[in-house]
Design a protein around this ligand. Structure first.
Ligand SMILES: *Cc1c(COP(=O)(O)O)cnc(C)c1O
Length: 337
């Protein structure tokens, strides 16, 4: 197997970094306070079920704590669910192109992966729910990466009812969208929803994510996770971040406004920019190839993500940064294309 390759993470600060969908703003100041308060307890093991976070999340999101499983980033949650549900010789399914990690998770299990092409408008083909031998799990990034498009919650519900297996809705970008599927697990026992604090809460460096699913499922998932998969500092910090909903509302509004500006500016430069529900946009250009644009921007110390999907095509995924970062990007692009 080739292994998952994350976006570039230069460790020097000289880049305008628009390649891995990080939040350009620092997290809620309550995070630092919570970390400081948790420091004296570092000699003790953390709560293996991250109860403090689950109670806060339950209250803020209108859920029951028994429906929540925490992970070391939502990648950990995706790994736990895959490990629990998919065995060697079995299969997973997901639309394509999407988050590349799903393929790696299947390969780690010795499982097959069915990549079903999105239609040209980024909707799912009708046979996406077809019966197939051995399919044990379906992933749906919603909003999707790299497109930023969404399948409406009603359609997700109908899809799950037709599927032969559980559906994991990966809501890494849901806080930037108009709607979400967070409460669908209560309506349909095949649906699970994962969330991360990496993007909307500006905590990519902390590593915290969670799953919403029926308690009978969570009980089984707990058996396959590392006992202490979330550390004491991240549990405290993540709970504090989630409790600060005013911070989220303010930064969500800011990023959605910048997203609208970025979309207009890219289209003015001739790009075909997909309408996004996430904190990035997917861009192709009718005459200018994507890779040289990426390379020229990198020479000028602006990083965007060049994506090349075999059997499908390539393009640029551009993260919504601050207004100043986006102005800088657009200014450089004007000279390149
Ligand atoms: C960023 C991302 C994740 C992973 O988030 P972490 O919580 O940082 O592991 C999961 N799914 C998708 C689609 C993402 O883009």
């Amino acid at each position: 197997m080739s292994g998952y390759t994350p976006g570039e993470q230069p460790q020097d600060d000289g880049f305008v970094k628009l390649n891995t969908n990080e939040n350009p703003y620092p997290p809620s100041p309550r995070v630092a306070e919570a970390v400081a308060a948790a420091l004296p307890r570092l000699n003790k093991y953390p709560d293996p079920t991250a109860g403090a976070f689950r109670r806060t999340a339950a209250e803020v999101l209108g859920l029951d704590p028994n429906w929540i499983l925490c992970g070391n980033g939502s990648d950990d949650v995706l790994t736990i669910v895959t490990r629990a549900l998919v065995g060697p010789g079995e299969a997973v399914r997901y639309p394509y192109p999407t988050y590349i990690l799903y393929r790696t998770l299947a390969q780690l299990q010795g499982a097959r992966f069915e990549e079903v092409l999105f239609q040209s408008d980024w909707t799912l083909p009708t046979d996406f729910a077809a019966e197939a031998e051995g399919v044990k799990l379906v992933y749906l990034a919603n909003p999707n990466s790299p497109s930023g498009t969404m399948i409406a919650p009603d359609d997700v519900l109908r899809l799950a009812e037709r599927l032969p297996c559980p559906l994991l809705v990966d809501e890494a970008y849901a806080d930037f969208a108009d709607t979400n599927c967070l409460h669908l697990p209560q309506q349909c026992d095949r649906i699970m929803v994962s969330r991360t604090l990496s993007k909307s809460y500006a905590l990519a460096g902390l590593r915290f994510g969670f799953l919403v699913a029926r308690p009978e499922l969570i009980e089984q998932f707990v058996k396959v996770k590392d006992s202490y998969n979330c550390d004491g500092l991240s549990i405290a910090a993540a709970a504090a971040a989630l409790a600060d909903q005013a911070w989220l509302a303010e930064h969500r509004a800011k990023l959605r406004a910048t997203r609208a500006r970025l979309t207009v500016a890219l289209r003015d430069l001739g790009f075909v920019t997909v309408e996004s529900q996430a904190n990035f946009t997917w861009n192709t250009h009718p005459t200018e190839p994507a890779r040289p644009i990426y390379e020229e921007l990198k020479r000028q110390r602006i990083l965007v993500r060049y994506m090349d999907y075999p059997r499908w095509g390539d393009g640029l995924r551009i993260t919504v940064g601050t207004d100043a970062e986006i102005d800088c990007l657009i200014d450089r692009l004007r000279k390149i294309v």
